[in-house]
Design a protein around this ligand. Sequence first.
Ligand SMILES: Nc1ncnc2c1ncn2[C@@H]1O[C@H](COP(=O)(O)OP(=O)(O)O)[C@@H](O)[C@H]1O
Ligand SMILES: [Mg+2]
Length: 398
Amino acid sequence: MNEHLQAQLDDYRRLIEIAAELSSHLDLSSLLVRITEAARDITDAEAASILLYDEGTRELYFQTATNIDEPTMRGLVVPLEGSIAGWVLRNQQAVRVQDAHTDPRYYGEVARTVSYDTRSLLAVPMMTKNRIVGVLEALNKKGDEGFTESDEHLLNVLAGQAAIAIENTRLFQQFDLISEFVHELRTPLASLSTATYLLMRPEISPEQRNEIIQNLHKETLRLSQLASAFLDLSRLESGRVQFEMQPCDLTTLIEEVVSLMKARAEEEQVQLRTEIPADLPPLWGDSNRLKQVLINLVSNAIKYNHRGGQVTIRAAAQGEEIHIQVEDTGLGIPPEAMPHLFEKFYRVKSTETHAQGTGLGLAITRQIVEAHGGRIRVDSQVGKGSVFTVCLPREHKT
Ligand SMILES: Nc1ncnc2c1ncn2[C@@H]1O[C@H](COP(=O)(O)OP(=O)(O)O)[C@@H](O)[C@H]1O
Ligand SMILES: [Mg+2]
């Protein structure tokens, strides 16, 4: 057998091995890492990267690369017009260039941001039968000759397998989410079914009947809250939610939240207070989403409190950030619960019956805060109370 044919056969053997391996990865990030490594190795390149296409925002963004670390890469969007990757995506066709700098489509911004110099480049579309998933790129062929036609062919085959693996993983994650939701539905559905069964019994008294109806009402309300909160969270998690970022007046926002929550606080005999400096600078963010964060934190602070307790909302500028605190004099959170607080559906066992809830509020809160480039933390002492602190950047970070 001639050498050329032997080399080709070796390449295809490697591709088949990689394909088998790709289909066994179930979490998206490790799958993407494996794809970029395979792309780099199979084409003898210095580096490789994956850009994923978001159908919702119609944006192409860097997801994984063998030569760039994650914090540098996060949120790096490549324009559809005026970039090689964008061209590959729009035309569903490979591009192979010897010197990227001389290509009119080359988008230098990324190179500047990650300080990596691209010379030769091979970019292929990642497509399944009916969907374009993204673009797979190999950068800087080792040696001087640049990428070959055979490299292009190999990378195309790999990209096809990668696209299917990525699609499957995404479907699997959606399936995970659905099973979790169905699992959470069981308890409220069981209590609804018990309640209706009891209502059908002829021997119950009018008082009992009334009590059961009250319970039915509460449970159905909770179910519908659960459904909309879950929908909101899954949209936030998938990154499909658009934020309307603009300068926000936090003082006004806090006042709105206080007037919204006043009745609830009075019902629970909890006193609501604010501590806001007069010269609080504006904040860059989505005011509706930030309001949602405040409502979640304040409603928890009221719910998990004692009668006669207090809730204090504070805001202050701290260097480049604004810190917002919601402090309560309530039940507090046991140390072993702390690491789980922001997980979806998590509720502290010891206080579960104290107030109704879905266990989704803090998960949603964290998603919103992090989408603003901020952080949230909590300090708490059982029996004394808790302080939730949200730190948000004042200026828009790019
Ligand atoms: N201020 C607080 N004080 C004490 N426990 C809290 C407080 N905020 C949240 N928690 C605990 O964290 C859990 C998760 O909160 P959250 O996600 O808002 O869900 P929910 O309020 O629907 O139960 C709550 O069930 C409660 O156990
Ligand atoms: Mg809550």
